[in-house]
Design a binder for this molecule. Structure first.
Ligand SMILES: [Zn+2]
Length: 230
């Protein structure tokens, strides 16, 4: 029984690795990305935990800080990518901001430092993690944003939003706009707002480890969908 189970697990793991490999090969060829080898160790994703330090982001109905949740979600998402064989680079791995001294102009310096890390990395993809807030406390569910006019960013965002919509049952569209971290990034880039901290139920759920794991796995699934279908 154990041998059978182990065999099935091995087949399952191999299938996933082959599928990911095929998807990446297709993705790199389809998008005419730099002539890197098309194996997993050459696919790099930057995970950007929004805010940090004196910039806590939005505050939840129970006082939870967006910046802390962004960090927890980024680490969880990064671990999923690493288990799948991707290279992962984080813009921040602790609660601190990226602006140096907390003096005037810190927000711009923070954003510029994120840009510097992304440029230096030359990633294949950039995912920026945030939490949302709205005046009505009933609004819920993840929302994806992309840079207006960026075709691959739009496709990535739409695939992610589709996976989220299937999960929540809410029919929401990915939103285009002008976002520094996406505009200044040459690879497919999106901002994922994982949920609304203004919604008491969702605010509580977003702080649960099982929900965090679920959302991060959905992000990973959305990226796989993008790599397969473009
Ligand atoms: Zn934010």
């Amino acid at each position: 029984m154990f041998v059978v189970w182990k065999g099935k697990r091995l087949i399952c793991v191999l299938s996933v690795l082959i599928a990911v490999q095929l998807a990446l090969g297709g993705f790199l060829i389809a998008r005419n990305l730099p002539a890197k080898k098309t194996n997993l160790i050459d696919f790099t994703v930057v995970i950007d935990a929004g805010h940090g330090g004196i910039d806590g982001g939005v505050v939840g109905v129970d006082g939870v800080k967006e910046a802390s949740l962004n960090l927890a979600y980024s680490k969880e998402l990064g671990a999923i990518f690493e288990r799948a064989g991707f290279n992962v680079v984080y813009t921040r791995k602790n609660e601190g901001g990226l602006y140096g001294l907390p003096t005037k102009g810190f927000k711009l310096r923070d954003m510029q430092e994120r840009k510097r890390i992304i440029e230096e990395t030359h990633p294949n993809m950039m995912i920026s993690i945030h939490m949302n807030k709205f005046s009505a406390d009933t609004r819920s569910g993840p929302q994806v944003f992309y840079q207006q006019g960026e075709r691959d960013g739009q496709s990535l965002a739409e695939n992610l939003q589709k996976v989220f919509n299937d999960f929540t049952g809410i029919n929401r569209e990915a939103i285009a706009g002008d976002y520094y971290v996406c505009r200044e990034t040459s690879c497919p880039a999106v901002i994922v707002e994982c949920g609304f901290l203004s919604n008491p139920e969702e605010c509580a759920a977003l702080q649960r480890s099982d929900y965090r794991n679920r959302i991060c796995n959905l992000i990973f699934n959305g990226i796989m969908l993008f790599l397969y279908t473009g």
